[in-house]
Write a protein that binds this ligand. Structure first.
Ligand SMILES: Nc1ncnc2c1ncn2[C@@H]1O[C@H](COP(=O)(O)OP(=O)(O)OP(=O)(O)O)[C@@H](O)[C@H]1O
Ligand SMILES: Cc1ncc(C[n+]2csc(CCOP(=O)(O)O)c2C)c(N)n1
Ligand SMILES: [Mg+2]
Length: 319
């Protein structure tokens, strides 16, 4: 049976590109580049709550890091250093090797060093702490939105929630649609390049983890604004193309969660700049509404022009 230290050495100790001291000592040593602020975030994944216990370990490794990279991207920061705290029910080396493979794939794709962590025996869960860098004063927070700013969302929110609904037997999807939804659920692609490009363009930003309307509520709260969301501008077509029925597609897109898309506000004068960023990155950016001066009020404008108030509720672990 491998020891805790065998596991760390074999699976989690890899060359780190931009740190003075990584895995193996009591603490890691990193130097932020001059003129940079640190952006620090942590996110935990728990078996049964965030994933099914029999999930593919390589995909789980990817997602464990990706959901944290997404938070750093949402600040307009560059992800740099990660710490991984993991509890494992057993020293299953095949499982751990596959998990580490997926995690390091994501680390390589986003320029992240794994610099430390903690490995214990216990119910399966993992927590990554991710440290990023952003030029001092340039981070994009949730609180900079102003009435009149336009609201945008990247990519295709709703796919992951549809995938989860399918796994639970609550949605019957066409085979290729199901594949696309499961890929979104299991392998989120954090929008790092978009987050960086939106520095100096977006007035407020966050990543959508708990559902579009619920997370929009955080921007409204921190920015002291309201919002009108045009449901006709939301990207339903790709969800309907999976074979999902319209009511489920709407529920998944508006409040499903697990999207890891960026939701941001930008002044109308920056509309062309936003569109140019989307074109350069080959990433659809949807202009889905406007911030208003009615603090906290979230309204949905339907295709026929009618306005209806909507609660800004999203995924709630205790709700
Ligand atoms: N136990 C805690 N102690 C201190 N701060 C916390 C704690 N839990 C959450 N926070 C802070 O509360 C804020 C909101 O946390 P939350 O986890 O909802 O972030 P999020 O980015 O909206 O969601 P996600 O967890 O999906 O990334 C963050 O600033 C986070 O650091
Ligand atoms: C097995 C299983 N059950 C439910 C979900 C959905 N889910 C869990 S937590 C969460 C919000 C983000 O969490 P947090 O705010 O903790 O980052 C979502 C959308 C899933 N992916 N797998
Ligand atoms: Mg977040």
């Amino acid at each position: 049976m491998p020891s805790e230290f065998d596991l760390i050495r074999r699976h989690f100790d890899r060359a780190a590109a931009h740190c003075d001291l990584a895995v193996g000592d009591d603490a890691a040593l990193m130097r932020p580049r001059p003129g940079m602020q640190l952006a620090v975030s942590t996110d935990m994944l728990v078996a049964g709550t965030h994933f099914f216990a029999d999930a593919d370990p390589a995909l789980l490794g990817w997602k464990t890091l990706a959901v944290n990279v997404s938070d750093i991207a949402a600040m307009g920061a560059e992800p740099r250093w990660a710490l991984l705290a993991i509890a494992l029910p057993a020293a299953d080396e095949g499982w751990i090797a596959a998990f580490a493979g997926g995690l390091f794939d994501c680390a390589r794709a986003h320029g992240v060093d794994l610099v430390g962590g903690d490995t214990t025996c216990g119910p399966l869960n993992m927590t990554v702490t991710l440290i990023g860098e952003v030029p001092t004063g340039e981070a994009v927070t949730r609180g900079g939105g102003r009435a009149g700013d336009e609201l945008w969302v990247s990519g295709q929110p709703g796919l992951a929630a549809l995938g989860l609904a399918a796994l639970r037997g609550d949605a019957a999807l066409a085979a290729d649609g199901l594949q696309r939804c499961l890929d979104a659920l299991h392998k989120p692609r954090p929008r790092t390049a978009l987050g960086l490009a939106l520095r100096g363009v977006a007035s407020a930003m966050l990543d959508v983890s708990d559902g579009l309307l619920g997370d929009l509520g955080h921007i409204l709260e921190r920015s002291g604004t309201g919002a009108v969301v045009d449901t006709a501008a939301l990207p339903f077509a790709a969800l309907l193309a999976t074979g999902a029925d319209a009511a489920l597609a709407r529920r998944c897109l508006l409040s499903g969660g697990d999207d890891y898309e960026l939701l941001f506000a930008a002044p109308p004068a920056r509309r062309e700049a936003v569109q140019a960023i989307g074109a350069r990155l080959g990433l659809p950016l949807h202009r889905i509404g406007t911030l208003t001066d009615q603090s906290g009020a979230l309204l949905l404008r339907e295709a026929d022009g009618t306005l209806q108030a909507s609660p800004a509720t999203g995924y709630d672990h205790f709700g």
